[in-house]
Design a protein around this ligand. Structure first.
Ligand code: NOJ
Length: 533
């Protein structure tokens, strides 16, 4: 386990499993818990401290499981509750902690409460049902749009409308209703009682709405907002923190908080709220030394002010894989630009080189680090999926204009030379025929592979007392170079310039993301050093 013991979440390396695409044991083309249990040794050897599972609950899969029909069970496509409990125990025996995804903002239309609400108006208060506008009530109650495209309202047969910030299959809960609050407190205890070490909170800043559900005011600042970052939601997380802290060891709360303002972001990380939140500023930051330095500084300043650990994230199941992003002329990420950048040329050799350097950068920074499944293999985004295969609701809700997020969700390649590459059955999304060199087996046998780099970096990170939660200090360096030290004479240098730069004298190389050129560090390369003087 991580060096921090009970405060493991402060410096853990956390691996994200997207269950549909990790490993398929029963051969139906969809990943499952049996597949994960069979690969726990792989995760142990990778050197991670915890696994975060994207939702594994029963779901109609309108949004790949982020539409939860029952928060206390496992989707039959993935397995059973006893299997999940066995998985938790087996992971613990290997020193791996388990984080599960809790989705509080919305549920599924198949959830018992929503089904009841369709016929029993007493249940409608648990959601946001409203009459429509216009003489016939056939216009949505306000002007909010769904984040996935189209209106945020869907009409039911008796004429009322319900709010869904995402897909129509994902009705939003009304968090002003005491039954909703009590239900989630119980769900948290259900999983904590079964040994789950922490939760990732989906759409954590959206949970509370302005109950007047006003139209957008174009003159008001983006946040707080009628449905984002409202002050009232902090009390929800304070109550969750009390629950998490009542366990021994305390359970961790990790928020998915997309906010532009670092000060408002840090409010979620006050000592009586969440333990950590994903650093999307870093994920979206272009591959540019000045921008990255500024992002690291702003991150550390905002987190230090509230005593919270920073997190470092390069990819997840919602964003274009960073090998592909970093190979483009525009290397940053922004959801609003996904459509515009889809299929923009990407030099994957350059992208991979940068991704290797970024792996050493993120694992050397203070705080915890997230690895999205397949990132350790250097997988690129699959951009040419056929339309008929795409399942992300964004694709359908934007009339195919936005390709959505399926390209980063393609099943993992484990072995062999052709699809399904040891995944199990032919995957629910097709794997490229060019992935033979990305399989776990191929990369495990290659000391220069991305997998070997991640294994080496995570092993060194764990062994190095000055990494993890300890402070960092920037060193003097040219503008295109990021250089910093950590306690114990550890240094990390990342060269983002096109030309090589000199390495400091009196330093021994611990690990490099690519070949060094004598005493020079080539462009787009990172190195870890032990300073000897
Ligand atoms: C954020 C999740 O990461 C994403 O995959 C999902 O579609 C939305 N929240 C809605 O649950």
């Amino acid at each position: 386990m991580s060096t921090a013991g009970a405060r493991w979440w402060r410096d853990a390396a956390i691996y994200q499993i997207y269950p549909r695409s990790f490993a398929d044991d029963n051969g139906d083309g969809v990943g499952d818990l049996a597949g994960v249990r069979r690969r726990l040794g792989y995760l142990r050897d990778l050197g991670i401290d915890a696994v975060w599972f994207s939702p594994w609950f029963p779901s109609p899969m309108a949004d790949a499981g982020y539409d939860v029909a029952d928060y206390r069970d496992i989707d039959p496509a993935f397995g059973t509750l006893p299997e999940a409990c066995a998985l938790i125990d087996e992971a613990h025996a290997l020193g791996i902690r388990i984080i599960i995804d809790i989705v509080p903002n919305h549920t599924s239309v198949a959830h018992e409460w929503f089904q009841r609400a369709l016929t029993d108006h007493a249940y409608r208060d648990r959601f946001w049902f409203r009459d429509g506008r216009g003489a016939l009530g056939d216009l949505p109650p306000n002007d909010w749009g769904s984040i996935f495209g189209g209106p945020a309202w869907t009409r039911v047969t008796d004429g009322q409308w319900y709010l869904h910030l995402f897909d129509a299959g994902q009705p939003d809960f009304n968090w002003d209703h005491p039954a909703v609050r009590a239900e989630f407190e119980d769900i948290l205890r259900f999983w904590f009682d079964r040994g789950v070490d922490g939760i990732r909170i989906d759409s954590a800043a959206m949970v509370v709405k302005d109950p007047a559900l006003p139209d957008f005011d174009p003159l008001s600042p983006p946040d707080p907002h009628p449905w984002n970052d409202r002050d009232e939601l902090h009390e929800v997380y304070r109550s969750w923190r009390r629950i998490a802290d009542a366990y021994d060891p305390p359970r961790a709360l990790i928020g998915e908080v997309w906010l532009a303002d670092p000060q408002r972001f840090a409010r979620y990380l006050r000592t009586d709220e969440l333990h950590a939140a994903f650093n999307f500023d870093f994920l979206g930051c272009p591959w540019d030394a000045k921008a990255l330095r500024r992002c690291v500084d702003e991150t550390l300043d905002a987190h230090t002010a509230v005593g919270a650990p920073a997190t470092w994230v390069l990819s997840n199941h919602d964003v274009t894989r960073h090998v592909t992003r970093y190979g483009r002329a525009e290397t940053g990420f922004d959801h609003a630009l996904r459509q515009a950048r889809h299929l923009a040329p990407s030099d994957l050799t350059v992208g991979t080189r940068r991704a290797r350097a970024a792996a050493l950068l993120t694992t050397a920074l203070p705080g915890s680090v997230y690895v999205y499944q397949g990132e350790e293999l250097g997988l690129p985004e699959v951009e040419d999926l056929p339309s008929s295969a795409r399942q992300d609701p964004i694709f359908a809700r934007t009339a195919s204009a936005d390709p959505g997020r399926d390209g980063c969700r393609v099943p993992l390649p484990w072995s062999g030379t052709e699809p399904p590459y040891g995944f199990g059955g032919p995957g629910w999304l097709p794997q490229p025929s060019s992935w033979a060199s990305f399989t776990v087996d191929a990369e495990a046998a290659d000391p220069d592979s991305m997998l070997s780099l991640y294994r080496a970096a995570l092993a060194l990170r764990r062994a190095e007392p000055g990494l993890g939660d300890a402070p960092m200090t920037w060193s003097d360096s040219p503008e295109d170079v990021l250089a910093f030290t950590r306690p114990g004479g550890f240094a990390c240098i990342v060269n983002l310039a096109a030309h090589p730069v000199a390495l400091p004298p009196h330093a021994a190389v611990l690990l490099a993301s690519g070949p060094l050129d004598g005493g020079l560090l080539p462009g787009d390369t990172a190195v870890w050093l032990r300073l000897t003087a």
